[in-house]
Design a protein around this ligand. Structure first.
Ligand SMILES: [Zn+2]
Length: 481
């Protein structure tokens, strides 16, 4: 019998060392592996199947907004990127630039896309002529490259996968509505597929998207108390439209610049989800995203194999109509090895079927989230499993919500702020006067940045946590991943 390459016993404990735990789980669960170029990562089948589930679910929601998929080239002429000044300044330190092609030095260097605003909007300028061409709403699923100094699987890789939505509208109101709608789509995706709660709001000027007018975000809280920006939706205003001359004739024949939005979710969100839901046994995948929801491990005994196989065939036929299910009947591994294997990979439910289960017309169920085993009657099994999977989703989402609630503190004293950020971290709601200098000083002294200002924020009377000047808004602060 084959010995497991990674047994659960070798995983570091999650709460002792989150980073070491995650690196070990990524390998043990066969999600991803390091590639030859530093900071790049190979998605192994289990990891890519997860991303495919994200694509499948999110793509439906995106198309539901009347957005169509496109594909733009990987290379962007450097001159195009330089058209929007603050955009190029924001991305310059992270650019990968191609200077040679076909054995010759290129007349103009090409940038490997860090994001596609510039190449897309050069085309928008060509496609949009009149108010009749608006709104233009497109999305692209692709890879982008940002040359990061410090990298970490899923959360920060030099090349990553994402979707980027881009729209152009006749009015600012319409664009603002699109920004809200895209963020609502992300909230739905996180709640219903990632089983994650998070915070939403508006970014400060220092933290917003380079070249945009306003950035809204969905952020989650990692188990080590750091915030992770999981998705963003930007109001680009007319900044890019001016730089790329994306103009249209309005209904009275006047020329106007379009109003634009862009919004994205990447494989980093997947990393956050894996980190939040996992435990000392490995991953726990929320059932709505899990490539496999039910793994069945048969326990064959001499002379009973064909009876058990027939029982399995009928069971699978019934379940696979609505659930993602597989039988692991490999004779090369023991049942115990298989239990470990699928537990590390985070499959939400396992069924064990042996002679006794067949005789008594039942199944032995193992729940990956609670680690509990129980017998269920064979009759009506599909409905029972669907109920349990739904319960797992709900409980996982609830756990992440409670964690945020517990780790969010209202702080009015800077000394206390500093102490919290030096120890437990988490989210702090504190007054900020809006002065970028205070924000920058807080970042230098505590590593905490403004994460966002909640949308539905009631004005209060208070004093800036840093300079003590009057302030009316409590912002979310946290150390960001
Ligand atoms: Zn201040």
């Amino acid at each position: 019998m084959t010995k497991a390459k990674f047994s659960k016993k070798q995983l570091p404990r999650k709460k002792d060392d989150l980073s070491a735990w995650f690196l070990a789980v990524v390998q043990a669960a066969e999600l991803a592996d390091y590639a030859p170029v530093r900071g790049t990562m190979v998605f192994r089948p289990w990891g890519y199947a997860l991303w495919e589930r994200v694509q499948e679910s999110l793509d439906k929601l995106i198309k539901g907004m009347g957005v169509e998929n496109t594909y733009f080239p990987l290379f962007i002429p450097l001159s195009l990127l330089e058209k929007e000044k603050s955009h190029v300044e924001g991305f310059a330190p992270e650019l990968a630039v191609v200077t040679h092609g076909g054995g010759e030095k290129l007349a103009e260097p090409l940038v490997v896309r860090p994001t596609s605003e510039t190449i897309m909007y050069a085309m928008f300028a060509k496609w949009i002529k009149s108010w009749r061409d608006l709104p233009l709403k497109i999305n692209q699923w692709c890879n982008v490259v940002r040359w990061e100094k410090r990298t970490y699987p899923f959360l920060r890789t030099t090349e990553f996968l994402w979707q980027e939505g881009h729209t152009a509208h006749a009015t600012h109101e319409e664009a603002e509505e699109q920004v809200r709608e895209a963020l609502a789509v992300y909230e739905k995706e996180f709640a219903e597929y990632f089983a994650l709660a998070g915070i939403t709001g508006i970014k400060s000027e220092a933290e917003k998207f380079a070249g945009g007018l306003k950035t809204t975000c969905f952020e989650v809280l990692l188990p080590d108390g750091r915030a992770l920006q999981a998705a963003t939706s930007h109001d680009l205003g007319q900044n890019f439209a001016r730089a790329f001359e994306v103009k249209f004739q309005n209904q009275v024949g006047e020329e106007e610049f379009v109003w634009q939005t862009s919004w994205g979710l990447s494989t980093r969100a997947l990393g956050g989800m894996l980190m939040i839901h996992g435990d000392d046994q490995g991953l726990f995948l929320p059932p709505a995203l899990a490539p496999l929801q039910v793994i069945i491990v048969p326990i064959f005994s001499e002379g009973e194999k064909s009876v058990i196989e027939e029982y399995l065939r009928q069971l699978v036929r019934e379940l696979e109509a609505e659930l993602r299910v597989r039988v692991d009947d490999r004779s090369s591994h023991t049942p115990g090895w298989k239990f470990n294997y699928w537990e590390v990979k985070g499959v939400p439910l396992r069924l064990e079927i042996g002679r006794r289960e067949v005789e008594e017309e039942k199944v032995l169920l193992f729940r990956r989230d609670t680690l509990e085993k129980e017998y269920l009657p064979r009759r009506g099994i599909k409905e029972q499993l669907k109920t349990i999977l739904g319960d797992q989703m709900q409980q996982a989402r609830e756990r992440s919500r409670r964690f945020i609630e517990k780790q969010t503190r209202e702080v009015n004293d800077y000394q206390e702020f500093k102490e919290i950020m030096a120890e437990e971290r988490g989210l702090i709601r504190a007054f900020w006067c809006g002065n970028p200098d205070c924000e920058a000083q807080i970042k230098t002294e505590t590593k905490a940045t403004t994460r966002c200002r909640p949308f539905a924020l009631e004005k209060e009377k208070g004093h800036c946590i840093y300079c003590r000047q009057p302030a009316q808004e409590r912002w979310y602060f946290a150390q960001a991943y």
